[in-house]
Design a protein around this ligand. Structure first.
Ligand code: NAD
Length: 357
């Protein structure tokens, strides 16, 4: 990959590299687009083997954040941080504080939060050195665990899909197959139960499967079998790339709606879902509850009721994505991209009007 060419093609603004050999820090911060506001994104810790992989990852993740915040109607741009390290062995306070000092040099152009490999305790070390950190605990003046609102938002997206496919926006009697029983799934499931859905869950880890069983769910011990289950909704709540040429033909559901980021391996997967008549809820539309929640912590005292109200509006956003997809005969993934891109373009037009540029 030619980095500058890639950044030009996909519209990235900035890529910063931070190194501090005294503490073993090697980190990248990518800022994709700040038209709508400062870039917001998680700090991921992952031991990428090559620099190429690390840069591709951080650029791709930053761009996805731009689309997520724009589609959610937030005044935030897209960014991401990546610390190249093994989260099981390499994490130290000194490493996080060094990263925090570097992040601070960006002057708030990128605001960071948690992502894969990071805990709240790690984030608090970063917050010692910079105020450009969000998603910190309520006890520290933050908005707390984002997965609660993420779960609520996915539920709202699922209701909007059910309205389209089943004619009712309740999940009563609907069979939902949940892939991955982690933080978000655990907060999604109570909403589904309350509606009266039947839930089948699986996870790679036996402990998580045991938790699902203890929560009264039907559990699949073979995680691979989730793709073949007869159900109404397949809810990917684990990792990305799970919708691909191998899995889409196996799905027995009428809806795909879950929290996992980057569910589609590529646009062909979205086209294959459309061809099979399966309604796909674009991941970044329905999993925006967490970033919405965080947005209510930035620059003001956290307001839970307002964050909740905006998360509930994911229902309307999903309905409008479905309507656009039908009107234009495009996939819901393309309709969501258009929604996000149009909002950014509109802001650029307003800026041009004001600056005369
Ligand atoms: P988590 O780590 O708490 O849970 C993920 C679970 O998926 C784990 O229990 C893991 O064992 C399981 N898993 C991994 N691969 C699997 C597979 N192939 N089959 C079955 N189970 C598998 O993570 P989380 O915070 O619940 O996030 C879940 C997804 O939602 C991620 O893709 C994340 O990026 C996305 N997301 C999370 C939030 C949030 O607020 N936490 C917000 C937006 C998007």
């Amino acid at each position: 990959m030619n980095i500058t060419e890639h950044m030009e093609t996909f519209g990235h603004e900035q890529l910063s590299v931070f190194v501090d050999k005294n503490v073993g820090l090697k980190a990248y911060v990518a800022i994709h687009d700040t038209t709508l506001g400062p870039a917001l994104g998680g700090i991921r810790i992952w031991p990428h083997e090559t620099e190429q992989q690390a840069i591709e990852d951080v650029l791709r993740l930053a761009r996805a954040m731009t689309y997520k915040s724009s589609a959610a109607g937030l005044y935030l741009g897209g960014g991401k941080a990546l610390i190249v390290a093994d989260p099981r062995t390499d994490k130290t306070e000194a490493l996080f504080r060094a990263f925090g000092r570097f992040l601070d040099t960006l002057g708030g152009r990128c605001i960071a939060t948690e992502d894969v490999g990071m805990t709240v305790a790690d984030l608090l070390h970063v917050a010692q050195e910079t105020k450009h950190v969000t998603g910190i605990p309520v006890s520290h003046g933050g908005s707390g665990d984002p997965s609660i609102m993420t779960g609520l938002g996915v539920y709202q997206g699922m209701r909007a899909c059910a309205k389209e496919v089943l004619g009712v926006d309740s999940l009563r009697g609907v069979i939902v197959a949940v892939q991955g029983y982690g933080k978000v799934a655990s907060h999604l499931v109570p909403h589904l139960k309350k509606d009266g859905a039947r839930i089948i869950a699986t996870d790679l880890f036996p402990e998580a499967r045991a938790r699902a069983a203890a929560d009264g769910l039907e559990v699949l011990n073979d995680p691979e079998a989730i793709y073949d289950i007869q159900c109404d909704v397949f809810a990917p709540c684990a990792l990305g790339g799970v919708l691909n040429g191998e899995t889409v033909p196996r799905l027995q559901s009428r809806i795909v709606c879950g929290s996992a980021n980057n569910q589609l391996l590529d646009i062909n997967a979205a086209k294959a879902l459309k061809e099979r008549g399966i309604l796909y809820a674009p991941d970044y539309v329905v999993n925006a509850g967490g970033v919405i929640n965080i947005s209510f912590e930035i620059g003001r005292p956290y307001e839970e009721a307002a964050a909740r109200e905006k998360t509930l509006a994911i229902y309307n956003t999903m309905r409008s994505v479905i309507a656009t997809a039908k009107d234009r005969d495009i996939t819901t993934a393309e309709a969501a991209d258009r929604l996000a891109e149009e909002r950014i373009e509109q802001m650029r037009r307003i800026r041009r009007m004001h600056t005369g540029a």
